[in-house]
Design a protein around this ligand. Structure first.
Ligand SMILES: [Zn+2]
Length: 632
């Protein structure tokens, strides 16, 4: 509207119709372009949805054909997200499509599923041997300036590495392998929270067992490193450089309280009274700090980054502080401890780190490091940043895990709820699957929401063909079968339906006076209707005659032996001979139920699959119950 008024004014002033004509033509052209753009956009969107539907159908049919007719929603979504990573932002839009298509797939017979799949992809049923797709990481900068690429891992040993830490490890290791460089493991074991704050549940500090837990986790991930350093070994080095900075008038001893410094000086961009102390005074006070003359929070050494820095976080940063806490490696030998940024400025130079990989949220650390390197006229390392990943379904905190382990709430550092590398291994997740899932995120600096199904679908690809199947019924309920025409019968389900050569299990059942009792999962029981015929997998077909779930009563009649795919097939366990099972899940819930008798003699720590439930790793026996960790 405003443009029109201007234009009319313009025309009035110029009194020239030519402009009006031009204006109208321009509007027409713009309008046409817009129509074209709209058309194109809608065409792209429409094609997109069609393509998404085609992919869901393709992956859904592939999955259904592979696993006996029933599509697994999680696996299909996982496959879609890992193959078409740009769809990760559109999960909410895709979910209903997936549900809809999965229902359609389930309605088809296995033969129809195969035919439809071959229509979509004539090669779908051939074994694919295509080479693994390598997701390329962006190149490291200025590699030509260095004889050898040297990078470092810097874990803080407050607990085992968890899935969130694994990305840093894997990216560093990939880069070093790619450039045939050297990877250094540098334990970032400074003192952590001061003694006065150690009782807080949020306190962060080194725990002695973490060193080994971290090295074990790296071993599991197959990450090689050339050397191991400990910051706690290097206090004298930090002292030496701190003293140099004081002598160069680049640092000073400050006795302001944290609050006072923040409110009266940092926020006001003003120097605190200690900033202009003489070098001699600073050196003397620094000696006093080292000698234990000051208590925690009474004195710090600040770097003269400048009180006029734009970013308040950079105004005269603390480099050294006092801690009275004991350190697991050096006890209470030292009172003055470095802040991480300061120690890294020194260490990265001394170990010759060429490229430093860190989260985009730690850019402030780069500035402090570079400031110190500039002062000492040291060559600068290259910084690379990656964005944060969110793990919305996991509580990733080493501190919280430590607290829950100490209280006995968690089983230990391998408890599935910790999401530690140890726990992933114990759940039966393969390091290769984790590595692939994390590498696919590349170095993206935008925030990513991690979906476990990416990891699970990759892991399933590895363990599916090696995990024997067994029957498990969760929260079991008895089903009484009458008129059974045998007193003894042996069911013989396959150990691995996709590979019959692996052999069969044997489950012997006995009936008394024509009556057989089996257990089924409550979830399956909820679906039963009177008159319905169902198949107890690899056993018999039965017809339901009575259901009263409040009274835990289900009755049925023997129907027939022969497999008929029109009947729902459910897993079962013989009531009089079975195994107690407890499955600990990463979300903290525990599934309780009964498993078939063959579970009594399976090897521990080898993943198996409970049909229509999921993969689990059997961990140990406790009071005649088999404890398993849920894989996925
Ligand atoms: Zn001060």
């Amino acid at each position: 509207m405003l443009t029109l008024i201007y234009l009319l004014a313009f025309i009035h002033l110029n009194n020239d119709l030519f402009f009006l004509k031009r204006f109208i033509i321009n509007i027409q052209i713009a309008f046409e372009i817009r129509i074209k753009i709209n058309y194109l956009v809608s065409e792209i969107l429409e094609m997109d949805i069609v393509e998404i539907k085609r992919l869901i159908l393709l992956f859904g049919l592939t999955n259904a054909v592979k696993f006996g007719g029933k599509p697994n929603l999680k696996a299909i979504m996982g496959k879609l997200m890992s193959q078409e990573s740009e769809l990760r932002t559109r999960i909410n839009e895709i979910k209903p499509l997936l549900d809809e298509i999965a229902v359609e797939i389930s309605k088809l017979t296995e033969q129809e599923q195969r035919e439809k799949l071959l229509e979509l992809d004539p090669t779908a049923l051939e074994k694919k041997t295509s080479a693994k797709e390598e997701k390329e990481l962006p190149r490291l900068l200025n590699t030509e300036n260095y004889e050898k690429i040297i990078m470092r891992l810097a874990p803080y040993p407050s607990g085992a590495l968890h899935i969130g830490n694994a990305r840093m490890v894997i990216l560093n290791s990939e880069y070093v392998n790619k450039y045939k460089g050297e990877l250094i493991l540098f334990f970032d074991d400074t003192i952590g929270s001061p003694k006065s704050m150690r009782n807080s549940p949020k306190a962060k500090y080194v725990i002695p067992e973490a060193y080994k837990l971290i090295e074990d986790g790296l071993k599991w991930l197959n990450v090689d490193y050339s050397k191991v350093y400990y910051k706690s070994d290097r206090l004298e080095i930090y002292y030496e450089y701190c003293e140099k900075l004081i002598q160069d008038d680049m640092a000073y001893a400050c006795f302001c309280s944290a609050l006072e410094f923040r409110d009266s000086y940092k926020k006001q961009k003003k120097n605190c009274p200690h900033r202009n102390q003489s070098i001699a005074t600073n050196l003397k006070e620094w000696d006093n700090m080292k000698a234990g003359k000051y208590r925690e929070t009474e004195a710090v050494v600040r770097l003269k980054t400048g009180m006029d820095q734009k970013d308040p976080a950079l105004r005269d940063q603390i480099m050294m502080r006092i801690s009275e806490a004991d350190h697991p490696r050096v006890g209470n030998k030292y009172f003055a401890w470095p802040m991480l940024e300061f120690s890294w400025a020194i260490d990265d130079h001394l170990i010759g780190a060429t490229h430093i990989l860190r989260g985009i949220d730690l850019v402030k650390e780069d500035v402090i490091e570079a400031f110190i390197w500039d002062h000492f006229k040291w060559k600068k390392s290259e910084f690379l940043h990656y964005g944060r990943i969110k793990f919305p379904n996991m509580k990733l905190s080493k501190t919280q895990s430590r607290n829950n382990i100490t209280k006995g709430i968690y089983e230990g550092w391998d408890d599935p709820r910790t999401w530690s590398l140890q726990s992933l291994e114990k759940r039966g997740i393969k390091a290769e699957a984790l590595k692939e899932a994390l590498l696919e995120l590349g170095m993206s600096t935008t925030g990513i929401v991690f979906d476990e199904s990416w990891l699970y679908s990759k892991n399933k690809d590895i363990i599916d063909s090696i995990s024997s199947r067994y029957f498990y019924v969760e929260d079991p309920i008895n089903i009484e079968i009458e008129n059974v025409p045998f007193s003894e019968y042996t069911a013989e389900p396959l150990l691995l339906p996709s590979n019959p050569t692996k052999g069969k299990r044997k489950i012997k059942v006995t009936a008394k006076d024509g009556k057989l009792n089996t257990l089924i999962a409550r979830k399956d029981a909820n679906q039963l209707r009177i008159g319905q015929i169902i198949r107890l997998k690899d056993l018999i077909n039965i017809q339901i005659t009575a259901v009263d779930l409040n009274e835990n009563l289900i009755k049925s009649n023997f129907n027939s032996f022969k497999l008929n795919r029109d009947f729902s097939i459910i897993q079962w366990v013989f009531k009089e001979n079975n195994v107690h099972i407890s499955i600990i899940k990463p979300d903290g819930t525990i599934s309780q139920g009964r498993g078939e008798v063959n579970l009594a003699k399976i090897p521990l720590n080898k993943p198996i699959q409970f049909e229509r439930f999921g993969f689990v790793n059997p961990i140990k026996w406790v009071d005649n119950a088999l404890i398993c960790y849920f894989t996925h």
